[in-house]
Ligand binder design. Structure first.
Ligand SMILES: *Cc1c(COP(=O)(O)O)cnc(C)c1O
Ligand SMILES: [Zn+2]
Length: 448
């Protein structure tokens, strides 16, 4: 009997089921979100040891498509896809950076950064997009009426959608909030032949419009409320555990906006536990920007109620979301993972990103939010200095250089503690040597 997966309504009182090739994003019975369910009994017929061995053999191999970090776990992700329909750009398999220096600076012995931005489109959205676009390719081959794939985006989902669609020869449509994404994120879908639309609203406004246009079955919805994306995104947690020789860390910190990714992280780890690959679950921490913090506010109320907020402008633009689509899934996951939610101000996130950069990273502002939250939780004693902590770095810093330029020029409305301004000098060796002496003196003062 082959491995099987299907869509299932997340509302336990409903539980309606749909095939993965149905064009459906919310339950037709009750309107709840759907999730992909797997035939766990079938998967459990292979031992945990055998799964680990199989995943190890495939990891970063050239055996297409299994060398991809996502498709190396194909049976756990999307078992019914034909390999010829897989649209893969060799996503996943990203470096787990040992942040020894930063750890020492902030007082943590065992800190690791999962560099998910070191991937084809520069953000961890590739992990989910490969799954969704592959499924679309198979549906089109089987005669589905899909003409285009659409998303609303704060910049990274659109970049990933456009590049996977370009690789597959499928039309993409991206709805972007005007003036609210970085130049790099805007040029990515333009270069990758998307229909790029700049709408005079915020992300939540774009999300409303995309849900309306995708009621028409010829336009397929690629936002993470489409749970196919979650199946690919969930491999990030599995891969982290694999990179630690199948041992779960103590804490994983992830920045959260629409909250699809924290749900996915938990889903992958639960699957590992259910199939016997890990015994203990890590704690999960969601890091939010103070200016877009609806989950943090709900956390303070023990998740007894949730109120959307109007997200304000933040340097962490990819998580400037006030009404997260996947909030229900996220809260469910946090309850199972002794979850913590903490927030970071603009100053805290920018300083934390810059401090990380000074120790050999090149952080995006969202990673800055996660690092700032780590520092706060350490100080508050909510993370112990001996715990093994993994911070999920969600995008490459090169996508967000406007923010870095402003920081190092001291053009933000706070002090920019770690600003490092370029020095203008006459072209003379003595002037250069004097500048170096000055830099070394400054370094000594800081270390003293
Ligand atoms: C999408 C994204 C996030 C947040 O993921 P959600 O699933 O929306 O919570 C964080 N950082 C970056 C860089 C992103 O692109
Ligand atoms: Zn339902």
């Amino acid at each position: 009997m082959p491995y099987r997966a299907w869509f299932q309504c997340i509302n336990p009182e409903c539980g309606a089921v749909y095939p993965l090739d149905a064009i459906v994003y919310r339950c037709r019975e009750c309107g709840s979100l759907l999730e992909v369910r797997h035939d766990i009994e079938r998967l459990a017929r292979r031992s945990a040891q055998a799964w680990m061995k199989l995943f190890e053999e495939r990891y970063k191999s050239t055996q297409w498509p299994y060398g991809s970090g996502v498709w190396g776990k194909k049976e756990w992700v999307l078992p019914q896809i034909d390999n010829e329909n897989v649209v893969s750009l060799y996503e996943g398999g990203t470096n787990l950076f040992w942040a020894e220096r930063l750890g020492k600076l902030i007082g943590l012995e065992d800190l690791w950064i999962k560099l998910c931005g070191n991937t084809h489109s520069g953000s961890f959205k590739d992990l989910g997009m490969t799954v969704l676009v592959s499924q679309v390719k198979q549906m089109i081959r089987d005669g589905a009426p899909i003409q285009a794939v659409a998303c609303a985006s704060t910049g990274d989902t659109s970049a990933a959608l456009a590049v996977y669609c370009a690789a597959a020869g499928i039309q993409s449509i991206v709805l972007l909030p005007k003036g609210k994404i970085s130049t790099a994120q805007l040029i990515q879908p333009i270069a990758n032949d998307a229909l790029a639309l700049s709408l005079d609203t915020d992300f939540d406004g774009c999300m409303r419009v995309v849900q309306e246009i995708t009621r028409d079955e010829t336009i397929y919805l690629a936002n993470s409320m489409n749970s196919l994306r979650v199946e690919g995104q969930k491999t990030v947690g599995i891969e982290i555990v694999q990179q630690f020789d199948w041992e779960a860390p103590d804490v994983i910190i992830i920045p959260g906006g629409n909250l699809g990714n924290v749900s996915a992280l938990g889903k992958g780890l639960l699957m590992m536990r259910d199939l016997g690959l890990i015994g203990k679950l890590p704690r999960i921490v969601v890091a939010q920007a103070e200016r877009a913090n609806p989950l943090y506010r709900a956390y303070l109320r023990n998740f007894e109620s949730f109120e959307p907020v109007r997200a304000e402008k933040t340097l962490a633009s990819a998580i400037q979301i006030g009404n997260p689509v996947s909030v229900e899934k996220a809260i469910r996951i946090l309850r199972q993972f002794r979850g913590v939610v903490e927030q970071a101000s603009e100053e805290e996130l920018a300083d934390a990103a810059a401090l990380g950069d000074k120790t050999g990273m090149f952080n995006c502002p969202h990673t800055g939010v996660a690092l700032a939250v780590l520092i706060k939780l350490l100080r508050a004693g909510k993370i112990d200095k001996s715990e093994r902590v993994v911070v999920i770095s969600t995008a490459h810093g090169l996508k967000f250089i406007e923010m870095k330029v402003r920081y190092h020029n001291g053009e933000l409305d706070f002090p920019c503690r770690h600003a490092n301004r370029p020095v203008e000098l006459p072209p003379r060796a003595d002037a250069v040597k004097e500048a170096l002496r000055e830099a070394l003196r400054r370094r000594e003062r800081l270390q003293a």
